[in-house]
Design a binder for this molecule. Structure first.
Ligand SMILES: [Zn+2]
Length: 443
C-alpha cells in the first residue's frame, strides 16, 4: 500500500536550503517552483514552512542481507529504513547467501524487491564467483540482467590480475567496479585501528597500509585499463592523497566515505563496545579531518552508508568474535548535516551532490534518480526538518537490527518525508496525509 500524492502545492519549502518556495506537484512531477507568496494571494496547500527539500537520496552501498540472513535484515525492512532515511534508491551488495554472482540471482533480488521493497533496489553483482577472488563472475550477462555496479564487498579482490580483468570487462560493459580495499595479509586478523587504539586495548592492529596499498595499486590499474573504479568506504588520510593523485591524472576513479567515518574516531572504538567494530575500522581524528576536507573539495565524490545490520546476539559476542559493521540508512542524513553544519547551516547543495546526484551518476541510474529539483522533473524528494533536535532511538528504527553507534545521539536535522515519483514512501508524522487522502493506490 502506497499513498499517492494528489495535485498539491508544498508551501514555504527551502529547495536545497534556498529562500522559501511554493512547489507545485502534479501527476508525480514537479510542475512549478515559485518564490513563496509570489502570487500575492495566500496559496492553498500543504505547509512545508522551514523544511529543506532535497532530491531523494541514493545509496551506493547497502547490505540488505536477503537472501540468506533474514534475521539481520530483509529487503522489506532495509528499504523501509532507507525510505525513512530519505532514500529513493539503494544498491544492494552482493555478499548474500547465495552470493549475487549470476544473472539469475540478479533477477531474483530484483524480483523480491519488486514485491516487498519500499524504495528502488539495484542489485550489485559480485566481481568473482562466490566472492572467492579467483574466477570472474559473468559480468556482461549480469549487466544485461540489470546490474550496474559490481563488488565483492565484505572481501577485497586481492589478486591484481583479477581486478585488472574485471576493470577491462567493466569498461566493455559500461559498468563500475567497486572495491573493498583491504590487503588480506596486511590487515591479517586486525580488529581495531593500529596505533593508540590497538596499543590501549591490546587488540590486533589494523593498519592504514592495508587500505592504502590496495588503493594505490587499483588506481594505477584503473588508469591503465580505462575501467571505472569506485573505492568503497575510504577511511584514511593516505587514501585521500592517493585519490587526489589519481584524479589529477584524469584516471576514472571515484570514491565514497561513510557517515560514521566522518564523525567517529578510534577513541570511541577503544572503549570496547562492539557497536563500534566496523570494517574498515574507525580511524584517528586526523583521518576524520582529512575525510571531511576531501568531501568538501570533491576528492571524495559521495557519502555511502555501508548499512550493515547484525542481530544483537551476534554483536554481543566478545570484541574479537562479534561481526564487523553498523547501521547507517536511518541516520546518514542527520550525521552528514551535523558534520557539514558544525559552524552553522550545512551546504545543502553539496549534500545533494554527495548523497543524490553523484551516486546516481556513478551507479548509472541518473535518468530516474538523483534528478535536479526543477519543473518537469519527477516528484522524487526528501523533506528535512533542520530544527528537529531529535534523539536516535534504535528501538524505533525500521531495520530489524539495532547496531547503530548513534543510539542516544542528539541530532538537529531529521528526514520527515520521502516521496518517489509522487508516491509517499515515508511520512512518519503525517505531514503529507492531507494531500494523499483522495488518491490511494496499492503498489
Ligand atoms: Zn566493505
Amino acid at each position: 500500500m502506497t499513498d499517492v500524492l494528489g495535485d498539491v502545492v508544498l508551501t514555504g519549502v527551502r529547495v536545497l536550503g534556498r529562500p522559501p518556495s511554493d512547489v507545485e506537484l502534479r501527476d508525480g512531477r514537479i510542475t512549478a517552483i515559485r518564490a513563496a507568496g509570489a502570487s500575492g494571494a495566500p496559496v492553498a496547500g500543504v505547509t512545508g514552512t522551514g523544511l529543506v527539500m532535497l532530491p531523494a537520496l541514493v545509496d551506493l552501498h547497502t547490505h540488505l542481507r536477503e537472501p540468506g540472513d533474514e534475521e539481520a535484515e530483509t529487503i522489506a525492512s532495509g528499504t523501509r529504513a532507507a525510505a525513512a532515511g530519505g532514500y529513493s534508491d539503494v544498491f544492494a551488495m552482493a555478499n548474500c547467501n547465495p552470493v549475487t554472482d549470476s544473472p539469475e540471482r540478479v533477477r531474483h533480488v530484483a524480483e523480491i524487491a519488486a514485491r516487498t521493497a519500499s524504495c528502488r533496489v539495484h542489485p550489485v553483482g559480485a566481481i568473482t564467483l562466490g566472492l572467492a577472488g579467483r574466477d570472474l563472475a559473468p559480468l556482461a550477462t549480469m549487466a544485461h540482467a540489470g546490474a550496474r555496479l559490481f563488488s565483492d564487498d565484505g572481501r577485497c579482490v586481492d589478486d591484481p590480475a583479477v581486478l585488472q580483468a574485471a576493470l577491462h570487462a567493466s569498461r566493455r560493459a559500461g559498468t563500475v567496479i567497486a572495491q573493498h580495499a583491504q590487503c588480506g595479509s596486511l590487515a591479517a586478523h586486525g580488529q581495531i585501528n593500529a596505533g593508540q587504539a590497538a596499543d590501549r586495548t591490546g587488540l590486533p592492529p589494523w593498519p592504514a597500509t592495508a587500505e592504502e596499498t590496495i588503493v594505490a595499486r587499483d588506481v594505477v590499474l584503473a588508469g591503465a585499463t580505462g575501467g571505472r573504479l569506485h573505492v568503497c568506504h575510504v577511511s584514511t588520510a593516505g587514501t585521500v592523497e592517493l585519490l587526489r593523485w589519481a584524479k589529477q591524472r584524469g584516471w576514472p576513479v571515484t570514491a565514497e566515505v561513510t557517515p560514521h567515518h566522518l564523525l567517529l574516531t578510534d577513541e570511541q572504538a577503544a572503549a570496547g563496545d562492539t557497536v563500534h567494530k566496523v570494517n574498515p575500522p574507525l580511524r584517528t581524528a586526523a583521518d576524520v579531518a582529512a575525510l571531511r576536507a576531501a568531501l568538501l573539495d570533491g576528492t571524495i565524490d559521495v557519502v555511502a552508508t555501508d548499512h550493515a545490520p547484525h542481530p544483537a546476539r551476534r554483536k554481543a559476542a566478545g570484541w574479537c568474535d562479534a561481526p564487523f559493521g553498523m547501521l547507517g540508512l536511518e541516520t546518514a542524513l542527520a550525521v552528514v548535516a551535523e558534520v557539514l553544519g558544525e559552524d552553522g547551516e550545512p551546504d545543502w547543495a553539496l549534500i545533494a551532490d554527495a548523497m543524490s546526484h553523484r551516486p546516481a551518476r556513478i551507479g548509472g541510474i541518473d535518468s530516474t534518480a538523483g534528478r535536479p529539483l526543477a519543473e518537469g522533473e519527477p516528484a522524487t524528494f526528501t523533506l528535512v526538518d533542520p530544527k528537529a533536535d531529535w534523539l536516535v532511538d534504535p528501538d524505533r528504527h525500521h531495520s530489524l537490527s539495532t547496531n547503530t553507534p548513534f543510539a542516544r545521539f542528539r541530532f538537529r536535522h531529521r528526514v520527515v518525508a520521502t516521496v518517489v515519483e509522487g508516491r509517499v514512501t515515508a511520512d512518519p508524522h503525517g505531514l503529507l496525509a492531507t494531500a494523499t487522502g483522495s488518491r490511494r493506490s496499492s503498489a
